[in-house]
Design a protein. Structure first.
Length: 605
């Protein structure tokens, strides 16, 4: 009997679950249909429709202005009205989607593309005027020296609207929302640059065959209770994936004038980089208010010590490469630093120091490119590398070896191009200097470092740093005595015919050229020295210790390899013992003990 009762109960429960699931699916399907209808309705709305729903007082003052009361360029006002309206519609759509817990990553924006095509004639006309007024001054700033003027004679973006291919919402705070839009554009613009050379020759240059793809970032901030729920919009080109274009002289051939094409192309790319590429951002106020806090501000400095490179690819047929390095955070000409050239060397030692302003440590990279100097000809790229600033701990020195590659975007080349050695220190504004001596912090500070310590928001400090960077690089002076104990070496390569070596070590302080030498230990691959040498160091943070291992020979000496190190670690730690690989040998390590005894400099009166 109980069997039949259980059977009836099970069947009833199963039917109930099926009915309940079916109703749930119908409800869910209806909710999604309603959502789709709502989104479609939003997409079909016009400014006139939205004004029927909301009273005029809910709109920002700029959207209620008549053309006759607006700016001297009426289409700029019209662009802002259209842009503000569709931005609000898009935000409303996102809110609805989020309520239904639908994933919004890479959401297809077909509805936005359709609407953008409708309003593109208005956007084209207004945006063309905006580009002309904002980009021309930057073109003039980066104008090649061979030109006397560089201006637009024609500028229209054509009839083809861009296509938005995806959207994502980034994690943010309660004060704002950050959105990223993927965009592609194969446009048919009519852009003509009117250039004049120093000799008075005028050339109309047409920019053709533009192909662009990239990621734009929109920041809605601050969030407010008043419609449209945010006070201003910041937009920036977060990532430039592709930018192709060709230059052509109207009625002529640009290649007939050597150097003009490359110079103008570099100028255009610099203008784009310096005007809208992240972390630079353009701010559009929607509601009245002060939005200066949204403007780009430096957040700190990055000190870079370019130490050396090893194993560089030889680009010369006769002799060796003549390497130099170009280092930058933003690839704008006046912010890129170039090292000296080391002639005929595949293992150069630069020992140069550079400082950079950091605007966004969470997204920016330090990039280094190593070139072979070809004299009057164009330099040839040996390799490049980069390091993310987010991987640097503020106030802490980081020693890195970076492997050089052919291209940072497409890394399909496995060829060994060498390595470059850097020492990095990121110092945020408003914090104490990360370089301190644990045994004696009472060393002299330069006026620049004092200014950096006293800056609160970084603005004043950044201005001082920028103006002083050309006058003084050594922001901290550290003087002391460096004691180096050469303990032992292990597994040195055999140089003599009998399978042994007669090793000794030469120690050199690079800047002052002080030199010491150990005794020769005969007939061994694992010598023991235990010898200590002292160096008087005048500028510890800007010097190098070079230890070279040699094999003594009756008729001279044979170099086995070397170790190169900065003094930063021993200054910070005071004393340490460590093992160092010997570069240039197939095997071999060197055991060293380093000790730092500080000698304070007299204070400035």
């Amino acid at each position: 009997m109980s069997f039949y009762l259980n059977l009836v109960f099970g069947v009833a429960l199963g039917i109930g679950l099926i009915v309940g699931f079916a109703r749930y699916e119908n409800t869910r399907s209806k909710r999604r249909s309603d959502l789709a209808a709502t989104v479609a309705a939003f997409a079909r709305m016009t400014v006139h429709d939205s004004r029927k729903i909301l009273p005029a007082e809910f709109y920002p003052s700029w959207s209620r202005m008549e053309k006759k009361d607006s700016y001297s360029q009426p289409h700029l006002m019209e662009l802002k009205v259209w842009f503000g309206h569709y931005l609000c519609v898009y935000m409303h759509m996102l809110i609805i989607v989020c309520i239904d817990n639908v994933s919004i990553d890479n959401l297809q924006l077909n509805w936005l593309n359709v609407q953008l095509e409708k309003i593109w004639p208005y956007v084209n006309e207004a945006a063309s005027e905006l580009i002309r007024s904002s980009v021309e001054p930057i073109l003039e700033q980066y104008r090649p020296v061979i030109l006397s003027s560089l201006k637009f004679s024609k500028l229209t973006l054509g009839t083809v609207a861009p296509q938005f291919t995806g959207v994502s919402i980034l994690e943010g705070d309660a004060k704002g929302i950050t959105m990223e839009l993927e965009m592609e554009w194969d446009g048919n613009p009519n852009i003509v640059l009117d250039i004049k050379t120093k000799v008075g020759v005028g050339l109309p240059i047409q920019v053709k065959n533009i192909g662009f793809s990239g990621l734009f970032r929109l920041i809605f901030r601050p969030l407010v209770d008043e419609f449209p729920c945010f006070g201003a919009v910041c937009f920036s080109l977060r990532e430039k994936k592709n930018l192709d274009f060709t230059l052509k002289v109207v009625g002529g051939d640009l290649s007939a004038i050597p150097g003009i094409s490359d110079a103008i192309e570099d100028t255009i790319r610099d203008a784009i980089e310096d005007s809208i590429t992240w972390p630079v951002r353009q701010i559009i106020p929607i509601l009245p208010g002060d939005y200066s806090d949204l403007e780009l501000k430096p957040v700190g400095t990055l000190d870079v010590k370019l130490i050396q490179a090893k194993g560089l690819t030889n680009k010369d047929i006769i002799g060796k490469s003549d390497p130099y390095a170009v280092i930058f955070i933003r690839p704008v000409r006046d912010r890129m630093k170039t090292s000296k050239t080391i002639n005929n060397q595949l293992n150069p030692i630069w020992n140069e120091h550079f400082d950079f302003i950091v605007e966004d440590e969470s997204t920016q990279y330090l990039t280094i490119r190593v070139f072979d100097d070809e004299g009057v000809q164009a330099s040839e790229l040996i390799g490049c590398a980069h390091v993310a600033l987010k991987d640097l701990e503020p106030g802490k020195v980081k020693d890195v070896w970076l492997k050089l590659v052919k291209d940072l975007v497409i890394q399909r080349d496995n060829k060994d191009r060498g390595q470059v050695h850097l020492e990095l220190l990121f110092c945020p504004f408003g914090t104490e200097s990360g370089l301190t001596n644990p045994f004696n912090t009472d060393f002299r500070l330069t006026s620049l470092e004092k200014a950096l310590k006293s800056g609160n928001d970084g603005t004043e400090a950044a201005d001082i740093a920028k103006s002083s960077s050309q006058r003084r690089k050594d922001v901290v002076i550290v003087r002391g005595v460096l004691s180096v104990t050469v303990i032992t070496a292990e597994n040195l390569p055999a140089v003599d015919l009998m399978g042994k070596s007669d090793p000794f070590v030469v120690l050199v302080l690079k800047k002052s050229e002080q030199k010491h030498k150990t005794r020769v230990v005969n007939n061994t691959l694992n010598p023991v020295w235990n010898q200590t040498f002292d160096f008087v160091v005048e500028d510890g943070l800007h010097d190098l210790l070079i230890t070279e291992v040699y094999d003594h020979d009756t008729f001279g000496k044979d170099k086995m390899g070397r170790c190169i190190m900065t003094l930063t670690r021993v200054i910070l730690e005071g004393e340490f013992t460590d093992t160092f690989p010997i570069d240039g040998t197939k095997s071999g390590i060197l055991h060293l003990h380093l000790k730092w005894t500080p000698q304070p400099l007299p204070r400035d009166p």
